[in-house]
Structures are given as structure tokens and as C-alpha cells.
Design a protein around this ligand. Structure first.
Ligand code: FAD
Ligand code: NAI
Length: 472
């Protein structure tokens, strides 16, 4: 006997679990299937984000930042520390507790919203009764609407599979038991910089090999340059424009042959290697072929602007479809799809999806970069304000970086905001909201911001667009 549901969500990461909650709020009878297992084989809701992504990486970034502060910066405040030690095992155990709190929190939300949870792999079996039959182990479920949120997996280098001991994906990178003396990373994208920062702060000698000749090509050039300066100063070695060759693993660690930007052959010996060269959409075991679900050439599920697949009443959201691989993008799509199923007009504005890289300094942005505006031939005005001139930043002892605002030359509408510096992840929210409301730079410049606060730098950058900063 099949169990019938209005909506079946496959995948319990941020795209899936949020879609399930919103659909339940809208009055649907909802099931969510997720196969992630915790160390004991039980369910661990929250997907990549909760188990091996956003949450554990931020936990380790926080712990390692405390250690870095105690090691290098407390003395500036007159605090002396002797016998400082780092217990990596305890740091990892704390991270695991934070992960479990989030896993449990989602289970609680499912109960609260009367969502039926199935632990296992969901696979399309057939189109049935105007809907679709999905199997989970021995169980058969039939849903009128199916929402696929099966996420993504780490991309491996061809010929170098992850063994999670020496060659690590994001999963192994979050479980390293002791600080490696030498750590190598391939790819200086978001994971490379965040995980590289964690282990550098704890004392590892970190070398990142990046294929592209430019650092953080998607980031505003001025901001990327400022961030690179800070990372260089910290001792994070980032080699750009390299071509990675043969990788050998052995008792002594990992040996990476590569050609540097000048075309010279080089060798890098490290104790562990993290490969962070992007992620691939995951449709393993979904049975896409059984029902004729269309995938694109990257293996992502093909969807239109509304997250509709080629099959009627089958939707897909998050990392498994086009667009940025970000938890909040997945969540917004999940909400929008549930609302569309209910006949409402769910909408995701891709132009105002913020990005944050949680390094120190943090990097955050929304909207277009200066190079994009130049490329599009758009007339714009730019205003920047350095944290060096902000009283709160001086009091914090963290004056690296700036806020940069870009606005239309004629209308003054904000087109992009780019921040490198303290609390950039929080400061960007005001800018996202301003852009959602199509605010002008002058609108922000006229808003009263608390003093002393880092957010005054956003106001000052808005004033700088009109060349009238007050504190610089
Ligand atoms: P996922 O979170 O991958 O969830 C998919 C779920 O579906 C998984 O639980 C999987 O087991 C399950 N599943 C797959 N197939 C099936 C099936 N057939 N049946 C049942 N279950 C199935 N993003 C941010 O916005 N901010 C960050 O700070 C951030 N940090 C990150 C750090 C790291 C190290 C990594 C790797 C990623 C990070 N991301 C971050 C990206 C973020 O994790 C993803 O964008 C997000 O998790 C995507 O959500 P999703 O729901 O699409 O997929
Ligand atoms: P990424 O796309 O951010 O960076 C990959 C980097 O590897 C790029 O700079 C690329 O040029 C380089 N690269 C690719 N192939 C290479 C090769 N063969 N040799 C050398 N360099 C190579 O991908 P990453 O860091 O793996 O992260 C995956 C995704 O996860 C991110 O794009 C992001 O969507 C998400 N994420 C988000 C975070 C956040 O929001 N703070 C944190 C971590 C991950």
C-alpha cells in the first residue's frame, strides 16, 4: 500500500527542509525524505549545509579565530596569556555538538509542522495516479507534487579520488584530528579560503594552488585586492595561475607536481591536501531516467525561472539546479516553490542574493561589481569608506578594509555594495534590503545610523558616492 501526500520533498538540506515547512504552513500534507546519516547511522537533517558545510565551517572558523586573537591580539588590549594551548579534539567535538543542535532543531520543526519524515534514499519509481511514486527502501509513497532538493557533492580532481585521510573534500577537512604541519589546498575559492584560514590560524603552513591568474575573479577587483593584501600579511600562501599535475600519496603525505604562473615546474609536499575546486549537482540514485527527468550538460536538473522541471508538478531547487550554490538561495527557492504549488506568486530576486566569505577580514557583497558595470557600459558613481576612519572599528582594533557602494550615475539607484572588513556578513544585510527596495545611495546617506557602529561606514560610503563623506 502506498502512502499518499500532497507534496513529497526529496532532500532535507536548506532547500528541501524549508520547502517542506513552507508547504506544510500552506496546509499541504507533506513528506520529506533525506538519506544523510550521523555517526550512529541515524538521521541528520540539514544536508551539506548543516553536516559538512555552512554550520561546521563557521564553528571551526569561530574557534580558530578565538585562538588567533588570544595568540596575537589580546596583548594589544593589555591581556597577557601564558601557556596557551589548542585542543583540536575538543574544537572538533564542539563543532559536532553545534551540528547536532541544528540536526535536532530541524527534526523538531518537522514535528511542529506535522511533516512526515522518511530516512533513506528517495527514488522515482513511476508516474502514478496523476502524480509520482517514490520509493524509500521498502516504503512506497505517492505525491501529487515532488520537490527535488538533492544538493551537490565535492568535485574531485580527475585521477585523485578523496580518501578523506590525505586527500580531503570539505567533509574530511572538517574532521582533521590534529593541526597538520603543512597543508595544501587546490582552489582559492570560498572553501579554500575559509578552510585554509582555519588551519593557518591554528599553526599550519598553508599553501593554496589556484588555476586562475586572478584572485577571487567574481569579487569586485578593488575588494579582492584588499583581501589578498590581508591574507598575504597573515602568511596564507596563495599561488595563482598554476597548473596542477600529478598528485602522489604515500606514508609521508601528499606530493603535488605543478607548473607555476611563470611556466616553471614545482613540487609541493604537504601532510594533507584539501581539494576545493567547486561542487557538482547530485542526482545519484534519484531515478531521474525512470521518469524522464531532464538534466543539463553539467548534470544539474534543468529548470525554468520558476524551478519547474520538464515534468508536470515536479520542481527542483538549490544546489541541484542552476545558480549560485548557497544555502540562502536554496531556501528562497524552496519557499517560492511551495508558494507556487499553492497557486501563489513566489519569487526569487537573483540580483539581491548576498555572498559572504567568512575569512578575516570577511568579504561580503550584493549586486554588481565595478568590472561588471564597466563591461556592460553602465554609467555609475562609486563611493568608498575605509574602516580605518570608523571609530567602532578602531575601538575593536580591526580597521582592515572598506565599504564600497556603486550607484547609477543618473538615478543614484544602488547597483552593488562590496565590503571587506569586520562584520561584513552582518553589514551586507542593510545593503540587500536597500537594493530590494530599489533605494538610492542618498536614501542610505539620509538614514540615521547608530554611533559608534561599523554600519556608519555604510552610510559614509553612501555619502562618498556624492563625494561628501563627513569623517574621511
Ligand atoms: P544539500 O544541503 O546538499 O542537501 C541535500 C540533501 O539531500 C542531503 O541531506 C542529501 O543527503 C539528501 N539527498 C540527496 N539525494 C537524496 C535522495 N535521492 N534521497 C534522499 N535524500 C537525498 N552556503 C552558504 O550560503 N553559506 C555558507 O557559509 C556556506 N558554507 C559552506 C561551507 C562548505 C564547506 C560547503 C561544502 C558548502 C557551504 N555552503 C554555504 C553551500 C551550502 O552548503 C549549499 O549551497 C546548501 O547546502 C545547498 O542546499 P540544498 O538543500 O540544495 O542541498
Ligand atoms: P569555488 O567555485 O568557490 O572555488 C573553486 C576554485 O577552484 C576556483 O577559484 C577555481 O578557479 C579553482 N579551480 C578549479 N579547478 C581547479 C584546478 N584544477 N586547479 C586549480 N584550481 C582550480 O568552489 P569551492 O571553494 O569548492 O566551494 C564550492 C561552493 O560551495 C562555492 O562556490 C559556494 O557556492 C559554496 N560555499 C559557500 C560558502 C559561503 O557562502 N561562505 C563557503 C563554502 C562554500
Amino acid at each position: 500500500m502506498s502512502k499518499n501526500f500532497d507534496v513529497i520533498v526529496i532532500g532535507g538540506g536548506p532547500g528541501g527542509y524549508i520547502a517542506a515547512i513552507r508547504a506544510a504552513q500552506l496546509g499541504f500534507n507533506v513528506a520529506c525524505i533525506d538519506e544523510w546519516k550521523n555517526a550512529k547511522g541515524g538521521p541528520a537533517l540539514g544536508g551539506t549545509c548543516t553536516n559538512v558545510g555552512c554550520i561546521p565551517s563557521k564553528a571551526l572558523l569561530q574557534s580558530s579565530e578565538h585562538y588567533d586573537q588570544a595568540s596575537h591580539h589580546f596583548a594589544d588590549h593589555g591581556i597577557s596569556v601564558s601557556g596557551l594551548e589548542m585542543d583540536v579534539g575538543r574544537m572538533i567535538a564542539r563543532k559536532d555538538i553545534v551540528v547536532k543542535q541544528n540536526n535536532d532543531g530541524i527534526q523538531y520543526l518537522f514535528k511542529k509542522n506535522k511533516i512526515t519524515f522518511f530516512h533513506g534514499r528517495g527514488t522515482f519509481a513511476a508516474a502514478k495516479d496523476g502524480g509520482y511514486e517514490i520509493t524509500v527502501g521498502e516504503e512506497s509513497l505517492v505525491g501529487k507534487h515532488i520537490v527535488i532538493a538533492t544538493g551537490s557533492n565535492a568535485r574531485a580532481l580527475p585521477g585523485t579520488p578523496f580518501d578523506e585521510e590525505l586527500v580531503l573534500s570539505n567533509d574530511g577537512a572538517l574532521r582533521v584530528g590534529a593541526v597538520p604541519k603543512k597543508l595544501g589546498l587546490i582552489g582559492s575559492g570560498v572553501i579554500g579560503l575559509e578552510m585554509g584560514s582555519v588551519w593557518r590560524r591554528l599553526g599550519a603552513e598553508v599553501t593554496i594552488l589556484e588555476g586562475l591568474p586572478t584572485f577571487l575573479g567574481a569579487v569586485d577587483e578593488q575588494i579582492a585586492k584588499e583581501a589578498k593584501k590581508a591574507f598575504d600579511k597573515q602568511g596564507l600562501k596563495i599561488n595563482l595561475g598554476v597548473k596542477v599535475g600529478e598528485i602522489k600519496t604515500g606514508k609521508k603525505g601528499v606530493n603535488i607536481a605543478y607548473t607555476d604562473a611563470k611556466g616553471e615546474a614545482q613540487l609541493l609536499d604537504v601532510d594533507k591536501l584539501i581539494v576545493s575546486i567547486g561542487r557538482v549537482p547530485n542526482t545519484i540514485g534519484l531515478g531521474a531516467e525512470v521518469v524522464g527527468l531532464a538534466l543539463d550538460e553539467r548534470g544539474a536538473i534543468t529548470v525554468d525561472g520558476d524551478c519547474k522541471t520538464n515534468l508536470p508538478n515536479v520542481w527542483a531547487v538549490g544546489d541541484v539546479v542552476r545558480g549560485p550554490m548557497l544555502a540562502h538561495k536554496a531556501e528562497e527557492e524552496g519557499v517560492a516553490v511551495a508558494e507556487r504549488i499553492a497557486g501563489q506568486h513566489g519569487h526569487v530576486n537573483f540580483n539581491t542574493v548576498p555572498w559572504v566569505i567568512y575569512t578575516n577580514p570577511e568579504i561580503a557583497w550584493v549586486g554588481q561589481t565595478e568590472q561588471q558595470l564597466k563591461g556592460a557600459g553602465r554609467a555609475y558613481k562609486a563611493g568608498t569608506f575605509p574602516f580605518l576612519a570608523n571609530g567602532r572599528a578602531r575601538a575593536l582594533g580591526d580597521t582592515t578594509g572598506m565599504v564600497k557602494m556603486l550607484a547609477d550615475a543618473a538615478t543614484d539607484e544602488i547597483l552593488g555594495v562590496h565590503i571587506v572588513g569586520p562584520q561584513a556578513s552582518e553589514l551586507i544585510a542593510e545593503c540587500v534590503m536597500a537594493m530590494e527596495f530599489r533605494a538610492s545611495a542618498e536614501d542610505i546617506a539620509r538614514i540615521c545610523h547608530a554611533h559608534p557602529s561599523l554600519s556608519e561606514s555604510t552610510k559614509e560610503a553612501a555619502l562618498a558616492v556624492d563625494k561628501r563623506t563627513l569623517n574621511f
